[in-house]
Design a protein. Sequence first.
Length: 373
Amino acid sequence: MTPALAASRRSFLQLAGTGLALSGLGALPASASPSRTLPASAGPVLLNFNECPYGPSPAAQAAARDIVAGSGRYLFALAGELRDLFAQQEGIGKDHVRLYPGSSEPLNRAAVLWTSPGAGLVVADPTFEALGDLAAARGATVAKVPLRADGAHDVRAMAAAAATVNAGLLYLCNPNNPTGSITPAADIAWLLANTPAQTRVLVDEAYLQYSEQRSVIAQVMQRDDVIVLRTFSKLYGMAGLRLGVAAAHPDRLKELASLGDNPLPVTAVAAGLASLRDPGLIAQRNAENAVVRQETIGWLGKRGFTCVPSEANCFVVDVQRDGAAFSAAMAERGVVIGRSWPIWPRRVRVTVGTAAEMARFREAFEAVVSRNG
């Protein structure tokens, strides 16, 4: 089994294991699955995978349904239409854009292409771990640089680490997962100006639409060492449909494509087009998420539980006790939250759900805290 397949299989088994564990607790009805969003009264509240609780927009759902009858064809031109619209909206050349079934695929390809025993990887700690896991499986040295106290990437320490491990790749997630914290544009500009010549910089903007931060996607028109990833899995609510974008210099896109290609699911492409054509969707969902997130973080703060500042649909809270045990206790009460990270064993990630779901979160949180004292 190749390292990429092993990593994908490991990720799948981790998700499946979550469902099995919850079934054992009696938290999931027989008809439910870990990635299904249920009404607050119908089953467990799922705040663990940073999914959008609203799902695809009504227009995206209609577009996906309408195209099913024609899905016996590959409909390659439809993917080209989506690529061109994305490029136009972002102000970059269409030859700098490539579509994938989610952003995890180009992320994994980057590890295969640009890390090795002789070419290390630099990441923040904590951050999304898939890239680091795959690079390590390939024998690469993975330098983990702790986040700053404010949750931003420590770009100076990361640039120094890149030189130390002869990094072929540096990964920056902005806003970051699991924290939702942002790295200021000036810091990213400094990093791009001071990264070693052999290091490519992969900027993961999966959560950008939830924030007020500027994208760095314009850099792909000026540099050949920057790759920017976007996904429709988060704000657009298409996690299960699988659609993502890699933006980079055409030479980098050719390298990513060298590992093979596959047609995209036409339902995802149709839903993606409808999402891009909805002028108010981003602002609406950004505002909804921000209100619920800040209300929840404020509620936690009044009770003495601190959170890293977040501009995403997730946040990390210091639960002041073992994070894994706390998450298990929450699941027993029908609220499934994320996990802790080795560097922060007493902090857990929480996905922002609907107002009703976060009310259930607060109820369960208070019960767990009261039980444990």
